[in-house]
Design a protein around this ligand. Structure first.
Ligand code: SF4
Ligand code: SF4
Length: 393
């Protein structure tokens, strides 16, 4: 652990201990990554969170053209911060992303625009933004995406290539096993850890692994239910989730700050990379035991054995929401996720539980003897609501 000296060009010098983790073949990154998708109101807002991120020991920023004005605001905020002299040691590490499917020429233009907006000559990490379908993987490893990445590397415009994915387990596994990527961004959560084996596989292959929004997408843990607070006590659900992932070796956790105060916990945990302490282990055990008790023998173990459904009902994902609703009383979060089904393109499921025609094909496949059609019907009745929209796109 080295000492990080953050210096301003005035009189201020801040000494904090630097903790950086290996991230693929690229430059090392802080335990937390500043996500830029929640600071879209103004350049001043982006500046405020960027400055606070630096003071919190963060050196890694994640952005994307799909986040509206994020890259332009970021470019201006970086320039303004540079003038104050406030910088992480070694400078910022920047990750941006390109949506899959674009042609080679268009992709080149998009990459040049990214660099221009952020005001840099080279982006450290470029990810396929939402490698969610098989054709996206094809694009990246043998289509125009592959040619684009090679061109960008030859020109020195990018460091390493990775992907973010909301896709199926098997697709992500195939992407990792392709050995074409040096990092990945995945949904990894304390309350839903089914993708953790993929993260471990990626780490074994010396890829960097970034957890996508463990707070918001992990159950909106910044606004936890009373039940969740009680089950995690004496540690807050969000802190426990962060510590769980860091102790599992996840390279870095994204945190989409909209105000500087959103970074308080990142500041507190900027060096918290040690194994879980006994008190943390006990809280995690309590949490899981309490959830088990509420779910009784209706917990879906996420084994996927019930698939495929002839009506394409995504049984495990719907029952995962049920696990969160019954097990942790995350009503607002699960309602929001359920009602996004069919309204978020390839970023989330397109068919909800109402498509179940009770054919019964899935029932004998479930090793836990779950009454799947009945659970789906109940879940739909509890969660269906008015339509919601994604934050972006
Ligand atoms: S019972 Fe419903 S969920 Fe199960 S296979 Fe049939 S349609 Fe699909
Ligand atoms: S087979 Fe049963 S336990 Fe496994 S994912 Fe399907 S419903 Fe859940």
């Amino acid at each position: 652990m080295k000492k990080l000296s953050i210096q301003t060009n005035s009189t201020r010098r801040i000494q904090i201990k630097e903790v950086r983790r290996t991230f693929g073949n690229g430059r090392k990154v802080s335990l937390f990554t500043l996500g830029t998708m929640r600071a879209l109101a103004s350049e001043a807002q982006m500046y405020a969170v960027l400055k606070e991120a630096c003071l919190a020991g963060i050196n890694h920023i994640e952005t994307a053209p799909a986040y509206g004005p994020a890259e332009s605001f970021l470019g201006k905020a970086l320039e303004r911060l540079r003038k104050t002299g406030l910088q992480p040691k070694g400078g910022w590490v920047i990750t941006s992303k390109l949506l899959p499917g674009v042609g080679l020429h268009e992709g080149k233009q998009q990459l040049k625009s990214i660099l221009k907006r952020i005001g840099i000559k080279r982006v450290d990490n470029l990810a396929v933004h939402g490698l969610n379908r098989a054709d996206h993987l094809d694009w990246a490893i043998k289509g125009d995406g592959a040619d684009l990445f090679q061109w960008a590397k030859d020109k020195g415009l990018i460091g390493q290539i990775g992907f973010s994915s909301h896709g199926s387990f098997s697709l992500i596994e195939e992407a990792i096993e392709s050995n074409r990527f040096k990092f990945c961004s995945l949904h990894l959560h304390l309350l839903d850890s089914k993708r953790l084996p993929l993260a471990k596989l990626a780490l074994q292959k010396e890829m960097g692994v970034m957890a996508i929004s463990p707070a918001d997408k992990g159950g909106r843990l910044q606004e936890p239910s009373k039940t969740l607070i009680k089950d995690c006590a004496p540690i807050s659900p969000l802190e426990l989730a962060y510590r769980f992932l860091l102790a599992e070796g996840i390279s870095t956790l994204t945190l989409g700050a909209s105000i500087p105060e959103d970074l308080n916990l990142a500041k507190k945990l900027a060096r918290a990379e040690e194994p879980l302490q006994e008190i943390e282990k006990r809280s995690i055990q309590n949490l899981h035991e309490a959830s088990r008790e509420r779910l009784g023998n209706t917990a879906c173990e996420q084994c996927q054995a019930c698939l495929p459904c002839p009506n394409n009902v995504p049984i495990p994902n719907i029952l995962s929401l049920r696990n969160l609703l019954i097990g942790h009383h995350l009503e607002a979060f699960t309602k929001e996720r359920y009602n996004l089904i069919g309204r978020a393109g390839h970023w989330w499921e397109s068919i909800n539980a109402s498509a179940c025609e009770k054919c019964g094909e899935c029932i004998p496949r479930c090793p836990y003897n779950l009454p799947i059609p009945k659970l789906l019907e109940e879940t739909h009745a509890k969660l269906v609501d008015s339509p919601r929209r994604r934050l972006w796109g």
